[in-house]
Ligand binder design. Structure first.
Ligand code: SF4
Length: 446
């Protein structure tokens, strides 16, 4: 099949092959995808999984004008001027999104936030925000996915279902690869799933511990106690977690015996009751385990470039999301400076949404406020947010139409290799124009 396609591509000069393109549909950010491109359409995505393939094949150029002001076609230059006027004149502006664009564009967006004294927030505040909070308190014993592929002999997935959310994680990184120190691949590894329900990932595991919903914190502290050699009451342990003490003891024995243990945790842990204290417990447990062996923890981050957004916002402000720059220096307080809450309280008086559609996920009160204030949107596709925008830019799609850098879930930067050109400007071009004009307006107002 692949040979036939290659021949067709070679024979048909209208087909272009883009090798080692990057998929940003999930946090694996696979950079080994070979695309066959015909005009402005991707017709084949080799190596892509069942999630990545439709994502590539359904990429289309949006037919809207590159800029609409109050629903009417306008030049991009006029759109930039209007957007800059809105942002520079606002008292408490919000910049939100950034998880589906390049690091280069994210960097400019944060700079605009600084010039206008606004809030900079990303979808991390509604997914792995508690992880960011826990990092600030406990720190992180970490590694790259390459180290997991080469060394990880005990892999624990906690509150995460990679079989469905990150389909190539098992084969590329965590279970199947024959690593430098794991020559027999899957046979050299033990896989444990801890979750509140039996997911598709359980089929790939050697061991499944089904805990009671909302008892991740208790379960993690039981493991911390066992790591210290403390004695626990068997009946209480089982009644708290739904799992017998003997099963926890068996897991701890395996954890201490591992040469390179890995705990990969998902939103089943971070967005259930306990939130950041669950993540703190994971990070503290893994830190404890390093008294016995090498052990690391990694969040299973979602799609797009959300990891890049965390990194870029942190480079520039010291905090990963929900950063308030209104006093001229960064302040971090999730719940006070995060998008859902500031909008719901009616505090924000203008917003710029970059490559995101918060109107489909935020509570009604937050959406009502977003629709009531001057709103700027940059997005490659139409959405409820773009339709509500005062200034709506239609942008090229990162990775499909524009180059740049994104971060894989393990904080490794990956270059993008675009497939075909777009008539629309990139997020970076629009944001750079807005930043230039905002600086002029702020300087003139001094
Ligand atoms: S595993 Fe994720 S990044 Fe890799 S091809 Fe599938 S959807 Fe894309």
């Amino acid at each position: 099949m692949s040979i036939a396609v290659k021949k067709d591509a070679a024979a048909d000069s209208s087909l272009k092959i883009v090798r080692d393109a990057t998929c940003t549909f999930c946090g694996c950010v696979c950079d080994d995808i070979d695309l066959t491109v015909k005009g402005q359409q991707i017709v084949e995505a080799k190596q892509a999984c069942e999630l990545g393939t439709p994502w590539f094949l359904n990429q289309r150029i949006d037919a809207r004008p590159s800029c609409l002001i109050a629903g009417q076609p306008a030049s991009v230059a006029d759109g930039i001027e209007r957007a800059a006027q809105i942002l520079a004149g606002a008292k408490y502006p919000l910049i939100y999104g950034l998880s589906d664009t390049t690091c280069e564009a994210q960097r400019v967006a944060v700079a605009i936030g600084d010039w206008i004294g606004g809030i900079v927030d990303t979808p991390t505040s509604v997914c792995h925000g508690p992880t960011g909070v826990a990092f600030q308190g406990v720190g992180e014993v970490t590694c790259s996915l390459g180290e997991i592929a080469n060394r990880g002999d005990l892999i624990i997935f906690w509150g995460s279902n990679p079989a469905e959310s990150h389909p190539r994680h098992f084969s590329k990184y965590s279970l199947l690869p024959q690593g430098m120190f794991l020559p027999n691949g899957r046979a050299d590894r033990t896989c444990v799933v801890v979750d509140v329900q039996k997911t598709a990932s359980v089929d790939a595991a050697d061991l499944f511990l089904q805990i009671k919903p909302g008892r991740d914190f208790e379960a993690l502290w039981i493991l911390r106690a066992l790591a210290q050699g403390l004695e626990l009451d068997a009946a209480e342990t089982e009644s708290e977690t739904g799992v017998p003490l003997s099963a926890w003891q068996d897991l701890m024995t395996r954890m201490k015996a591992a040469r390179f243990g890995v705990l990969l945790f998902g939103m089943g842990l971070t967005m259930t009751s306990g939130k950041h204290i669950n993540t703190e417990a994971v990070l503290a447990l893994v830190r404890d385990m390093n008294a016995y062996t090498r052990f690391v923890a990694k969040p299973m981050r979602g799609g797009g470039n959300v990891t890049g957004a965390d990194n870029v916002v942190t480079w520039q402000t010291g905090y990963p999301f929900g950063v308030n720059l209104s006093r001229g220096y960064p302040r971090f307080n999730p719940g006070e400076y995060t998008t859902a809450e500031t909008l719901a309280r009616g505090e924000v008086d203008a917003a710029m949404i970059v490559a995101s559609d918060p109107m489909t996920v935020l509570d009604p009160a937050a959406c009502e406020q977003l629709a009531a204030i001057p709103l700027i949107s940059l997005h490659s596709q139409q959405s409820p947010t773009t339709r509500a925008a005062t200034v709506a830019f239609t942008t090229a799609t990162y990775g499909i139409n524009t180059p740049g850098t994104v971060y894989r879930m393990d904080d490794v930067p990956i270059p993008l290799r675009p497939a075909f050109d777009s008539p629309h400007p990139s997020d970076l071009e629009i944001l750079s124009g807005i930043e230039r004009r905002v600086k002029q307006l702020k300087a003139a107002a001094r």
